[in-house]
Design a protein around this ligand. Structure first.
Ligand SMILES: Nc1ncnc2c1ncn2[C@@H]1O[C@H](COP(=O)(O)OP(=O)(O)OP(=O)(O)O)[C@@H](O)[C@H]1O
Length: 538
């Protein structure tokens, strides 16, 4: 975050306020040549008195005013003038708006006017409000909520305005990836955000480069999009996380906790170096295939209790546990999912080789530096996050003390490093009306912000989660890898909110995959991403 008192900040980002502090009457109202231009993709009004399109999105034009509306539709409270569209996601639209009185700019997220989305927005609201309490001084690199209200039946969040997402930044760098020191700084901030989440028992559930936005400039970042977030023990959806960043327990459908976010951190850390996703699976089967090819088979205990294991594994008496991962052909025959996995040149059989190949490609003299301590520390960090068994993954508080994050430089330090004992906080119970919090929470939080680590041994971690797993083990029927009857492909599932979300995530994944394809084709013309399409247009 740049110094807000510096001349650079005052004369650039804060110029409007500077002028106004010199002259209160200064009429700083730049003429917008796009005034009246439609920003929403489908612009035919079909509901909500012609205000909403068929997707339930409000049809916005440049210059529209967003504000709280009363039952008569009159505007109340602070008014936000629409400047441009920043992004359109599965839950609605995000608009860059200028506040009429102060001329400050904000990102206003306007949720679709559909019951399921409004319900999920209430969860997002609770999460963002909880985060404000948990992090009153804005130290945890998480998006700040300014206010929320309802505008013509659309739930709106006024958030601080951030910059490009990390995927867009990687793209600007031609997918060459970042240096280890820059990655360390970025990941440290993500971990700080996850520490606060962990302290209040929150699972982000959709960590990916697109949901990490620049806070003015690199390396400053903030984590956004709590639209899929849930509290531990209160998880509603079994289908969470974008596929490339999806953890084994979610893939297999095992009860999950905040450890799923650390899996995503491992994937993101590797991606920031190699410039491309580490596990770019085109289907969930392909995703598991890629994970197991690189990291080894998933633990038998997990496969045994996974509700979806029978989709991906088939009986095979020649194997130690009597089953194996099905081949692509077997999976396709069972699911009618004909998407064909692709080979990506940048991915090598092992994590070490993938990192090494990228490092050699971008070195001046083509020598491998993999033996260097900094690379060994980097690899160790990624592997500590990409532990298939959730309980073995680092928790964010431990990860913050890993030599990769603390700037360790020698092998001795790495060899001697053990994750410090993490003492979990009592489980957080979300308040039924969603506005108040556990009165003990602030003290719990402040104790963790000072990082209360005791001893150096790692014992008793997630005793609760483990007990849950062990209990599920004992209740388990013997493993039967027969495909369940009536097994249906994704497209046949009912169109619930979850299904819509799933479709959207699928579309996002496919969009990235398409781009990946273009990036890999030397002569191919680059296709724009969905988000870029809107950015360019506006
Ligand atoms: N505070 C912000 N500042 C700047 N841009 C933002 C901000 N919040 C969101 N955006 C932009 O809007 C896009 C969509 O926002 P967000 O991820 O919160 O919505 P979503 O509907 O949950 O999206 P998705 O379906 O991709 O998960 C982001 O990818 C980002 O480009």
């Amino acid at each position: 975050m740049p110094n807000k008192d510096s001349p650079l900040f005052k004369l650039t980002l804060d110029l409007t306020n500077l002028y106004r502090s010199c002259d209160q009457e200064y009429p700083f109202t730049p003429i917008n040549p796009n005034l009246g231009k439609i920003l929403t993709k489908l612009s035919t009004g079909v509901s909500n008195n012609g205000r909403d399109n068929e997707n339930g999105d409000f049809i916005f034009r440049v210059g529209d005013i967003i504000a709280a509306t009363d039952s008569m539709g009159n505007l109340r409270g602070r008014k936000y003038e629409v400047e441009t569209l920043l992004g359109a996601g599965s839950f609605g639209q995000v608009l860059r708006c200028v506040q009429r009185d102060t001329y400050q700019v904000f990102a206003v997220k306007v949720i679709k006017n559909l019951p399921a989305y409004t319900k999920q927005a209430a969860v997002e609201n609770r999460v963002l409000s909880d985060l404000l309490v948990a992090d009153p001084n804005d130290e945890s690199h998480m998006l700040r909520l300014i206010e929320q209200f309802t505008f013509h039946n659309h739930f709106c969040f006024v958030n601080e305005l951030l910059g490009l997402d990390l995927y867009a930044v990687l793209k600007q760098h031609k997918f060459k990836g970042f240096s280890l020191s820059l990655i360390s700084k970025i990941v440290k901030q993500i971990l700080r955000a996850l520490c606060v989440c962990k302290d209040i028992g929150l699972i982000h559930s959709d960590l990916k480069p697109e949901n990490i936005l620049l806070d003015h400039c690199l390396p400053h970042i903030k984590v956004i999009d709590f639209g899929s977030a849930a509290y531990e023990g209160h998880t509603v959806f079994t289908y969470v996380q974008s596929r490339y960043y999806r953890s084994p327990e979610v893939l297999l459908q095992i009860p999950y906790n905040s450890c799923i976010d650390m899996w995503s951190v491992g994937c993101i850390t590797a991606e920031l170096f190699i410039g491309h996703p580490l596990f770019p699976g085109c289907t969930e089967h392909d995703q598991i295939d890629r994970i197991t090819s690189m990291l080894g088979a998933l633990p038998h205990e997990m496969i045994k209790i996974g509700k979806k294991s029978t989709r991906f594994y088939v009986n095979d008496s020649t194997k130690p546990h009597g089953y194996r991962l099905s081949t692509t052909e077997e999976y396709q025959a069972r699911t009618q999912d004909k998407r064909q996995p692709r080979k990506y040149g940048y991915i090598q059989p092992t994590l070490e080789q993938t990192i090494e190949a990228h490092q050699i490609k971008h070195s001046r003299d083509g020598t491998s530096l993999l033996d260097r301590p900094e690379f060994q520390i980097f690899l160790h960090f990624i592997k500590s996050c990409l532990q298939p068994f959730p309980d073995k993954r680092l928790v964010p508080h431990q990860a913050l003390l890993h030599p990769f994050i603390t700037g360790g430089k020698d092998m001795k330090e790495l060899k001697e490093w053990k994750p410090p004992l993490y003492v979990p906080h009592p489980p957080y119970t979300p308040h039924p009306n969603g506005r108040q919090r556990d009165p003990n929470l602030s003290s719990m939080h402040s104790s963790t912000l000072t990082q209360t680590f005791q001893g150096s041994e790692r014992r008793g971690l997630f005793a609760g989660a483990l007990a849950q797993t062990q209990q599920s083990h004992s209740e388990l029927p013997p493993l039967s890898l027969q495909p369940p009857t009536g097994f249906s492909s994704v497209s046949k599932r009912p169109q619930t909110h979850q299904a819509t979300e799933r479709e959207e995530k699928k579309r996002n994944d496919e969009r990235r995959e398409e781009e990946q394809k273009v990036e890999e084709e030397p002569t191919g013309k680059r296709r724009s991403s969905f988000k870029d399409f809107f950015r360019r247009k506006n």
